[in-house]
Design a protein around this ligand. Sequence first.
Ligand SMILES: CC(C)(COP(=O)(O)OP(=O)(O)OC[C@H]1O[C@@H](n2cnc3c(N)ncnc32)[C@H](O)[C@@H]1OP(=O)(O)O)[C@@H](O)C(=O)NCCC(=O)NCCS
Length: 161
Amino acid sequence: MNDKKIIKKVSSSFVTMTELVLPNHTNQLGNLLGGQLMHWIDICAAISAAKHSQRVCVTASVDRIDFLHPIKLGNVVTLLSSVNRAFNTSVEVGVKVFAETPIDGKKFHSNTAYLTFVGIDKDNNPVKTFEIQPESEDEIRRYEQALERRQRRLKTRHVSN
Ligand SMILES: CC(C)(COP(=O)(O)OP(=O)(O)OC[C@H]1O[C@@H](n2cnc3c(N)ncnc32)[C@H](O)[C@@H]1OP(=O)(O)O)[C@@H](O)C(=O)NCCC(=O)NCCS
């Protein structure tokens, strides 16, 4: 049996997703719908989780997301995600969202989101994931903060009967 421990880099979970805000993504004011942005965040983060865990991952939870600035029709939205920390069967993924006006190139940081994903097998059972080794200063900071967020999250976790 090959029981060599695999430790993965954060960079192997990097995802960049780019979307153009079209009329069917907006409300009556021409602002991007919050639910649409959450959908893109979920997809982007799910790909990062799957790249790290090398299996299908389901969303276990999404931390609070604040919408501080409207994103307008015609803006280009870029989402950057990576795994901040791997635990036992779960991983925390961080997603940074930027919006840009393509005509004048003005870009702003719109949101940051943290999501937890669990890798599952064909019977939907959680499976142990790979360890992760943060390298850069930012990766180490995110890795450390992810543990604090997990502890807060699990304290308020709702367990169904
Ligand atoms: C997420 C899911 C796989 C967890 O399964 P479970 O039987 O509760 O398993 P466990 O209690 O053993 O938890 C498994 C892992 O999930 C984590 N987890 C479970 N609920 C969590 C929550 N609300 N927030 C953060 N992490 C959570 C646990 O901490 C554990 O992580 P660890 O192994 O790294 O310590 C299961 O609840 C599920 O399938 N949910 C539906 C997922 C889905 O359909 N998502 C799409 C959104 S509708």
